[in-house]
Design a protein around this ligand. Structure first.
Ligand SMILES: [Zn+2]
Length: 472
């Protein structure tokens, strides 16, 4: 089955077939963390969607060269370091370490290169020199700005309206509103309390946008395949990256721009003041497995808003366990016997559905539906001993393929833990009934049923047993 991956390209605004520059290879740049704080769950949503994309390419036989920058100098990192009275290096180090730790426990494949902005000042200076020479940039009060009216393609990515353009007026801060599109700072004049580099273009420090233009081209070339980020990066960050790179290099910067949507918490924008702001550590402190979190983040299509709630996280945990429990039973039930063509066909259909879903602009719902359909069809056979050893292996190896991409390592709960958890739930249900909270009591019963556990109220108390094959 030859790979035919289709992706939504923000540049142009439609789903397109992915055609790599070099056959069989993908050059991928993803905007990395600005290390002024611990990443929050919304940041992880972006990184997990990018990981799904990268894993799909690897699964479909592509080589992937992946670069993710680390922004360790910008307005925010400088503000944070000053507030704490420490240098940038000392200030950003713990956040860089936390990023790497959380990335690993979320089972996100590391990039091939993590260039740091502070280690690439020379490349940025070179790019700015070119922009000055070609007349795309000008100096003002010790800073250097990009003149957006010199670059007619400005605004194509973010679809800026001409009446919003304010060429000539400039923005000194890295982030500003789309309603007042301005010339933006490539290089910022020395300021009290800010780090200064002495360079050929004068003393100062880089703006945020030039960092990604300089570092992506250094490692991936002047034109590369895919650039990812969150939708909030489209303007001004990615718009400015295109302007800088294409003005300087005279060639197309990126072929496919792929952007992930926001994450909200309980339907609201996450903010520290509202108390709905979560880092991964905050969530794990409530007893969740990081891969339950990954399942939740991965299972919503990347171009849809993801509403993070603990209820949704519980459902993600249940879904992940359903796969794990199925695989556990598959191992236990494997017997000798000939392969059944019907089972092999079921697996082939599931694989075709899984691949077709993902190749269609990462349609994860369709891909996972194919996986759960297989579970539903195989369960009854499994329970009556109708799956042979070779077929169990065929099914298991398909699930291993699935996990190369989804990467949630579904594992059955160990028996003792499972029993302890069921007993806890039964107790919670009894308490809810005693409190006459029947809605909660029924909710707990349904939750258990979902996990394949049936409760029976007997005169000696509540008993539980494993449910039969799940009904579709
Ligand atoms: Zn960037």
């Amino acid at each position: 089955m030859a790979a035919m991956i289709r992706l939504h390209n923000t540049l142009g605004g439609r789903v397109e077939e992915f055609v790599p520059i070099e056959s069989g290879s993908v050059k991928l740049y993803t905007c990395g963390p600005t290390v002024y704080d611990f990443p929050h769950i919304g940041n992880w949503r972006s990184y997990v969607f990018e990981d799904l994309l990268k894993r799909l390419f690897l699964y479909r036989g592509f080589r992937v060269l992946h670069v993710m920058n680390i922004t360790d100098v910008d307005d925010k990192t400088i503000r944070g370091a000053n507030a704490k009275g420490v240098g940038l290096e000392e200030y950003t180090r713990p956040f860089i370490e936390a990023f790497a730790r959380d990335r690993d426990i979320l089972n996100i494949l590391p990039a091939d290169v993590y260039p740091r902005a502070t280690a690439h000042i020379e490349e940025m200076v070179g790019l700015i020199e070119t922009l000055l020479q070609k007349g795309f940039a000008y100096r003002k009060d010790g800073s250097i700005y990009f003149a957006i009216d010199k670059f007619p393609a400005y605004g194509l990515l973010s679809k800026i309206k001409a009446e919003d353009l304010r060429p000539g007026s400039h923005a000194d801060s890295d982030e500003y509103e789309k309603e007042s599109v301005r010339d933006f700072a490539l290089w910022k004049a020395p300021k009290e309390g800010e780090p200064v580099w002495e360079t050929r273009i004068g003393p100062g420090r880089p703006g945020w946008h030039i960092e990604c233009s300089a570092m992506s081209s250094k490692y991936l070339g002047r034109t590369f395949d895919i650039h990812c980020g969150g939708v909030d990066n489209i303007f001004p960050h990615h718009e400015n990256e295109i302007a800088q790179s294409e003005a300087a290099n005279g060639v197309k910067f990126v072929n496919y721009w792929v952007h992930g949507h926001h994450l909200v918490v309980d339907g609201e924008k996450m903010s520290k003041s509202k108390g709905n702001f979560y880092t991964l550590t905050d969530i794990l402190a409530r007893g969740y497995d990081p891969l339950d979190v990954r399942y939740l983040l991965v299972a919503t299509h990347y171009r849809k808003m993801l509403n993070f709630t603990f209820e949704a996280l519980d459902q993600a945990r249940t879904a992940r366990r359903r796969i794990g429990n199925f695989l556990g039973e598959l191992r236990a039930a494997a017997q000798d016997g000939p392969s059944d063509p019907a089972v092999v066909r079921m697996v082939d259909e599931a694989r075709a559905g899984f691949v077709a879903g993902l190749e269609d602009d990462l349609n994860i719902s369709e891909a996972l539906a194919a996986v759960f359909t297989l579970i539903k069809s195989a369960y009854p056979l499994l329970q009556c001993g109708g799956i042979s050893g070779p077929d169990a292996l065929t099914i298991a190896s398909f699930f291993a393929e699935v996990d190369e991409v989804v990467a949630v390592k579904p594992a059955p709960l160990p028996r003792e833990q499972l029993e302890a958890e069921i007993l806890n739930k039964i107790e919670a249900r009894q308490k809810a009934r005693a409190d006459r909270d029947f809605k909660r009591a029924d909710g707990i019963r349904d939750e258990l049923l979902e996990a394949g556990i049936v409760l029976e109220d007997t005169k000696d108390g509540v008993r539980w047993k494993k449910a039969g094959p799940p009904k579709s």
